[in-house]
Write a protein of this length. Structure first.
Length: 172
């Protein structure tokens, strides 16, 4: 992702059947950090895979919930409390690995202290500095970069000014 995009926290994580299947406003992670195609699930025993995609919300991001955590869990693990399953575009399909699932925790920006700012895929053996490994799917390791969420400070309220008796008596 570009440096400008990293400044904005993610507002969504999802799956797309193909890079062109992601809706407007979503960025498809089409390649790994090594430059290989990042088609998760494609390989032995799978006819097609899927692509991980992320959204930063664009101009309206200030009002949208932000991604505060991402987990990759076995399909036999229960859904963690407060997490939602990553949606699939255009609709749920059978191509993505069902042995593992991606869960996302969303919180309003005011309620979150940290947020996920980036997600990358790599080969399982590669380590990414300043990224946290959240799990593996297919032949890939999934990494996320978290950081403190800048709080929007309330607008400063000017102090009430007192007028001296001399100024009150002036007339224009």
């Amino acid at each position: 992702m570009a440096a400008a995009e990293e400044a904005a926290p993610l507002t969504g994580v999802a799956w797309a059947a193909a890079p062109e299947a992601a809706p407007a406003g979503w960025t498809v992670i089409a390649v790994t950090v090594e430059g290989a195609a990042a088609n998760v699930g494609k390989g032995f025993g799978h006819k097609s895979g899927g692509y991980l995609c992320v959204s930063t919300g664009g101009a309206q991001a200030a009002a949208e919930p932000v991604v505060t955590d991402v987990q990759v869990l076995s399909d036999r693990s229960p859904q963690p409390a407060g997490y939602t399953r990553a949606p699939e575009f255009p609709e749920p399909r059978t191509g993505v690995s069902r042995k593992k699932r991606v869960y996302v925790k969303l919180l309003p920006p005011d309620a979150a202290d940290t947020a996920v700012f980036d997600i990358k895929l790599s080969s399982k053996s590669k380590a990414l500095p300043s990224y946290m490994k959240i799990g593996e799917m297919g032949n890939f390791a999934i990494w996320c970069k978290k950081g403190p969420l800048p709080k929007s400070s309330p607008r400063p309220v000017p102090k009430p000014r007192t007028l001296s008796a001399g100024l009150k008596q002036l007339s224009l």
